[in-house]
Design a binder for this molecule. Structure first.
Ligand code: NAD
Ligand code: DAU
Length: 359
């Protein structure tokens, strides 16, 4: 049975990926989920599969080489899907060190453990082994020409401590490929949205604040552009790269869904108005008057936009979900899962939010 070691599987994209993989491949696969359960990790995301025989959760830190090597020693791992990371740009501006420790050192420890477990005596690697490193379009920096896009050949130019740490981790993966012929792929994708996203990120934060009649903080002039990708489309892309991606290659995954932040907020408010029943108390909270322009993010990248030409041409990947449909599905999910939101917005998140937004 093909065995996947998924790191960061209790986070936003990782948990969506585990759900996607079981839906797509059924019980023909086995998944081990390695997660340290930081503030961003939530086993509630995977409650429905917790008892499955072919699913195992291991609480461990990717910076802990001993714990990681133990997983490889006790299991015949075929594919590593490496999501675990510190993922929030604003937090990286406040506390860069943990981003270097987890994203750079943690990735090196994962690479080394896989290499030790897989490498044959002659230095080659068995057929079928693969390390898929999940990375971001932020490594390419910011686009100033409105007609330009990020390609796999675009030079790296990260600006935030987060993107610098992800760029470093990508370079380590490339170094393993070049030095050891290590079997790896890198995927660089744009902004994901969908169910189970932690509400420090723009879309769930705006949905949650609007439902509670709280201010909607817009950094700078609100005209920064992000390229939004429905998380399930991203998961499909990762699975296709695992199956058919050429070893050593990088694939950009993006939704061709460029939008200014202020447009996104308008769409969320309109969709909430449309979805909430007439007699729902929360309807009266939903208003453009909540939009509040706040101090800009330091070093705020102006525009990201991915050209997913290579993954389309080589592997046949295309996004299935256009933004209008994806955002509706996402908002419906948050409306149906208020208990999830209440659980994750308690504790650490409360103190983070008041420090971050001075409230
Ligand atoms: P997330 O913050 O929601 O989840 C991260 C997960 O990693 C959590 O479950 C957390 O507990 C775990 N984790 C953190 N540090 C760990 C450690 N030291 N050891 C073990 N587990 C640890 O992140 P996400 O949004 O799901 O992003 C997943 C990956 O995708 C990241 O590598 C991120 O850089 C990348 N990415 C995200 C996006 C996006 O829009 N969210 C876009 C491009 C790339
Ligand atoms: O591009 C891929 C990246 O997308 C991933 O690598 C990161 O892990 C992920 O967090 C995301 O980074 P962003 O910084 O683009 O996402 P965020 O949701 O934090 O912000 C999206 C945009 O919205 C950005 O221009 C900043 C702005 N913003 C964000 C927040 C939280 C606001 O205007 N107000 C806010 O309160």
């Amino acid at each position: 049975m093909k065995t996947y070691l998924v790191t960061g599987g209790a986070g936003f994209i990782g948990s969506n990926f585990i759900h996607y993989m079981f839906k797509k491949h059924g019980d023909s696969i086995r998944i081990i989920n390695l997660d340290a359960l930081t503030y961003a990790g939530n086993l509630g995301n995977l409650e429905d599969i917790a008892g499955k025989e072919n699913y195992t959760f291991v609480k461990a830190d990717i910076r802990d080489g001993k714990a990681v090597r133990k997983i490889f020693a006790e299991n015949e791992i075929d594919v590593v899907v490496h999501f675990a990371a510190e993922s929030h740009v604003d937090r990286s501006i406040r506390t860069p060190e943990v981003f270097v420790e987890t994203n750079v050192l943690g990735t090196c420890i994962m690479l080394n453990a896989a290499k030790e477990a897989w490498e044959k005596e002659d230095g080659s690697f068995p057929e079928g082994k693969k390390f898929l490193h999940v990375s971001t379009d932020e490594v390419y920096g910011s686009l100033s020409d409105p007609n330009d896009y990020f390609y796999e050949t675009t030079p790296y130019s990260p600006h935030s401590p987060y993107s610098a740490s992800k760029a470093s981790s990508d370079l380590l993966v490339k170094a393993y490929v070049d030095t050891y012929h290590f079997p790896a792929n890198i995927t660089n994708c744009s902004n994901n949205y969908g169910p189970y996203q932690f509400p420090e990120k723009l879309i769930p934060l705006i949905i949650n604040n609007a439902l509670h009649g709280k201010k909607l903080p817009v950094y700078g002039d609100g005209k920064n552009v992000r390229d939004w990708l429905f998380v399930e489309d991203h998961c499909k892309g990762i699975d296709m790269v695992i199956e058919n991606g050429k070893l050593g290659e990088t694939y950009n995954i993006g939704g061709h869904n460029e939008k200014q932040n202020i447009e996104i907020i308008g769409i969320i408010l309109d969709t909430l108005q449309d979805l909430l029943p007439e007699d729902d108390e929360r309807r009266k909270n939903i208003s453009r008057d909540l939009i509040t322009f706040v101090e800009d993010r330091k070093g705020h990248d102006r525009r990201y936009a991915i050209a997913p030409d290579k993954i389309k041409a080589d592997l046949g990947w295309e996004p299935d979900t256009m933004f209008a449909e994806g955002i509706r599905k996402t908002i419906e999910w948050y409306l149906e899962n208020e208990a999830w939101m209440d659980q994750v917005t308690s504790g650490d998140y409360q103190s983070y939010y008041s420090r971050m937004y001075n409230v």
